[in-house]
Design a protein around this ligand. Structure first.
Ligand code: 2BA
Length: 106
């Protein structure tokens, strides 16, 4: 058994959720916040057999897209005239695949 932790853009969360459910995966959705942008994103927890991990990753990948976002850059927190915008690319998705030592529903 594996656990996939997938951090996705909030705008993609609805279609990722529907697609995972439609493909027969159980998923839990958490409202989370990125440390860098301090913007809301969504984290999915998906527990699945090892044999289906690649399939779940493909489903997530299919429904997430990359986005450019402009944030205050160097000078952040300083006087406004010293701030200049920096563009970062966010997503598609950030994934961690973990071994599950024990899984029970009691
Ligand atoms: P945030 O931390 O808000 O980061 C948003 C985007 O800002 C990142 O996109 C990346 O392009 C950029 N970024 C993040 N930290 C940076 C830094 N120290 N310097 C310059 N640019 C930086 P993604 O890499 O696609 O990450 C999207 C979200 O996924 C992150 O939101 C965070 O919530 C999560 N994430 C990404 N890598 C992670 C990791 N190693 N561990 C835990 N969460 C992670």
């Amino acid at each position: 058994m594996k656990m996939i932790v997938a951090i996705v853009n909030r705008d993609d969360a609805g279609s990722v959720s529907s697609a995972l459910t439609q493909a027969g995966f159980s998923a839990t959705k958490l409202a989370t916040t990125g440390g860098f942008l301090a913007a809301g994103n969504t984290t999915f927890i998906v527990g699945t057999d090892e044999a289906r991990v690649d399939e779940a990753v493909a489903v997530i990948e299919k429904h997430c897209r990359k986005r450019s976002q402009t944030v205050p850059g160097a000078g952040y927190g300083a006087a406004p005239e010293t701030m200049f915008p920096v563009e970062v690319t966010v997503g598609g998705a950030t994934l961690f695949v973990l071994d599950v030592e024990r899984f029970e529903k009691i």
